[in-house]
Ligand binder design. Structure first.
Ligand code: IPE
Ligand code: IPE
Ligand code: MG
Length: 231
């Protein structure tokens, strides 16, 4: 069995996280939204490190949805500025920890600067064999599904090869902190049999303990995939 945390024997191979609650976190402190997104980036780095440490194989984070463009231009610009800062700042450590980074979503609308920072990270970590860290950016499940459908696949396996997540197993566990109980257009195809855990902690306050609590809840679930539990 893969080494887990002290309280978990049943470690999910793929954990997906909807990083939600940055705005409310900032609002509660009378701070600009930017500060919430900045604290959210710090929380993300902490969880990547932790997921890598405990032996999770795939971590997928929802960082920006196809619907998030509806927000004020200033907020959107701030999110992408932060992304560049964090990607550049954390690259060496991610690489040292053998983390392999990729991006799920349509990168076409991104600025040259954003794409250059992403490419640098993806290229540098391409040969790494540890945690696969997938960043969903300008990601929307419906757009992803439509794109795959337009390739006219004829089996579910072929269809999945045309999704941004091609090559990764479906998530075992999806965590949504921030109190909302919805998927918000995230991994709709991939989460057909994923265990869902909703937590109230706002993302900037999210700690490895919260992550461990979600994994412990996952470990207590019985997965059936439509069949019958054995024994
Ligand atoms: C999640 O936090 C980050 C993004 C969607 C980019 P929010 O900004 O949605 O935070 P709330 O939901 O408004 O608190
Ligand atoms: C989902 O959060 C998207 C990300 C976390 C990137 P939202 O804040 O956009 O979702 P809704 O609007 O509450 O459904
Ligand atoms: Mg939100």
């Amino acid at each position: 069995m893969t080494a887990g945390t002290a309280e978990t024997g049943n470690l999910p191979a793929h954990v997906a996280v909807i990083m939600d609650g940055n705005g409310r976190w900032a609002e509660a402190r009378g701070l600009p939204k930017y500060k919430g997104h900045e604290a959210g980036m710090d929380a993300m780095i902490g969880i990547v490190r932790h997921a890598s440490d405990i032996g999770v194989k795939h971590l997928t984070v929802y960082a920006f949805s196809t619907e998030n463009w509806k927000r004020a231009q200033e907020e959107v610009a701030g999110i992408f500025d932060l992304l560049i800062i964090y990607v550049n700042r954390e690259l060496e450590e991610l690489h040292r920890n053998n983390v392999k980074v990729d991006v799920l979503g349509d990168r076409a609308p991104f600025s040259k600067k954003v794409n250059a920072a992403l490419d640098k990270t993806i290229d540098k970590t391409a040969g790494n064999t540890g945690l696969r860290f997938h960043i969903a950016l300008n990601y929307g499940s419906r757009a992803e599904i439509l794109r795959a459908a337009l390739a006219y696949p004829s089996t579910e396996e072929e269809f999945a090869e045309h999704l941004y997540t091609a090559g990764a197993p479906d998530p075992d566990l999806l965590i949504r902190p921030g109190g909302e109980k919805r998927l918000s257009n995230f991994l709709l195809w991939q989460c057909a049999y994923t265990e869902l855990v909703f937590q109230d902690t706002l993302w900037p306050d999210y700690t490895p303990d919260d992550f461990n609590a979600a994994i412990a809840e996952y470990g207590a679930r019985k997965r059936r995939f439509g069949g019958r539990t054995q024994g």
